[in-house]
Design a binder for this molecule. Structure first.
Ligand code: SF4
Length: 380
């Protein structure tokens, strides 16, 4: 019996994704396997996109025409070999930009996940016609969208900031309406629509207004991450950690508690000497329907570029590829990454506060000289 057969389970019996069960959180591997384990594979299936967002983490890689991808059968084989696989994510560009990619890669990958009883996520801007997403919805668990706007005007300013030519407001407003409509329809079709907002120089004072619109769109989850200056977004103005903290307080004050609020890549840690930051983490841990997800990148997840087969720690990291799935199994590549000095530098764990260390970008930005392996959570 192969791995797929062993893990095939009745989909009706699958645990619902809620604030009590988030299989993308790498902390779950530590008690189960006694260390980090590859449970999640992200695949970049497109470098095409109809938008050019100001904050796009992979904006540098977007193209107008893309090369052939590695054969689907090889990708499926590599997924099948991942023994502890629990989740897959499909990302881009706009992964559904090409109808052919939807048909020949995305639908089969989602069907594979569904048959194996593992969970799936697509990262999309959902601005294309609903028919594109309708084909994916029956097999999909999470549709992850970016939502950083309070109006069509803001969507226009942010979503086409890097287009290099004038995009009429009217055209952008039409996409904005389509996005909202698609998010509603996907929610109604039973997909968990998770809207991600970034805390940045534009949004930090109006996160509560953005949240309200996300609730009105029928999203089940609001995902919130501070924005850091990675590649394409490196020239954007930065806000302070205090600004980030205040934005989170603002959200907590106004949020709708029926919507799961998931925070990720926060620059705050329980081992910090900063009491206010520790107090915020304590509050987040006690809030109903709020979770703080540990960073999956390189802890339980790898990114596979489906054009080259190269494997990365994330789709936007400055860390170069450490191998190719055409030559190696993903479990073996993951072991190779865990022995990398960068992976080791953030491999701390404080079980009392369910933390397994900082994100690499955050460490580099705020904690360059801090040795997290020598720190411990401060328990009050
Ligand atoms: S796991 Fe690491 S980052 Fe988290 S509280 Fe402990 S020492 Fe700090």
């Amino acid at each position: 019996m192969n791995v797929l057969q062993k893990q095939q389970i009745n989909n009706d019996a699958i645990m619902p994704l809620t604030s009590a069960y988030d299989p993308w959180d790498p902390i779950r591997s530590l008690p189960q396997y006694g260390g980090h384990r590859l449970t999640s594979v992200e695949m970049t299936v497109s470098n095409l996109c109809n938008m050019r967002c100001e904050h796009c983490a992979v904006g540098d890689t977007l193209v107008l025409k893309e090369p052939e991808k590695v054969p689907l059968q090889l990708m499926l084989q590599r997924l099948d070999e991942v023994e502890a696989l629990e989740t897959i994510s499909i990302t881009g560009g706009e992964p559904s930009f090409s109808d052919k990619t939807v048909r020949d890669y995305m639908v089969p990958l989602l069907q594979y996940a569904r048959n194996r009883g593992i969970r799936s996520q697509i990262n999309s801007n959902v601005t294309l016609p609903y028919s594109r997403y309708e084909r994916l919805a029956p097999y999909l668990d999470v549709m992850h969208i970016s939502f950083n706007y309070t109006s069509a005007e803001e969507f226009h300013a942010i979503g086409f900031a890097k287009s290099g030519h004038e995009v009429p407001l009217k055209a952008a407003a039409k996409l904005y309406e389509t996005m909202i409509d698609n998010a509603r329809r996907l929610s109604e079709a039973g997909v968990l629509v998770s809207a991600e907002s970034m805390i940045n120089y534009r949004t930090h004072r109006k996160m509560h207004e953005i949240h309200q619109l996300i609730v009105e769109m029928g999203c089940t989850r609001h995902e919130v991450h501070p924005m850091y200056p990675s590649s394409f977004a490196r020239d954007l103005p930065m806000i302070t950690r205090d600004d980030m903290l205040n934005a989170i307080e603002l959200l907590l004050k106004h949020r709708n508690q029926s919507v799961w609020m998931l925070f990720g890549t926060l620059p705050f840690y329980h081992c910090s000497e900063n009491e206010t930051e520790r107090a915020l983490l304590k509050r987040l841990a006690a809030e109903p329907n709020v979770t703080v997800r540990n960073d999956p990148d390189g802890r339980n997840r790898l990114n596979v570029n489906l054009f080259t087969g190269e494997v990365f720690v994330t789709d936007f990291s400055d860390v170069p590829s450490f191998g190719n799935m055409k030559q190696m199994k993903l479990d073996d590549l993951f072991k190779r990454w865990l022995s990398h000095p960068l992976a080791k530098s953030v491999n701390c764990h404080c079980p009392a506060v369910s933390c397994c260390g900082p994100n690499l970008l955050v460490k580099d930005m705020y904690y360059k000289d801090v040795d997290f392996l020598k720190r411990k959570a401060i328990l009050e």
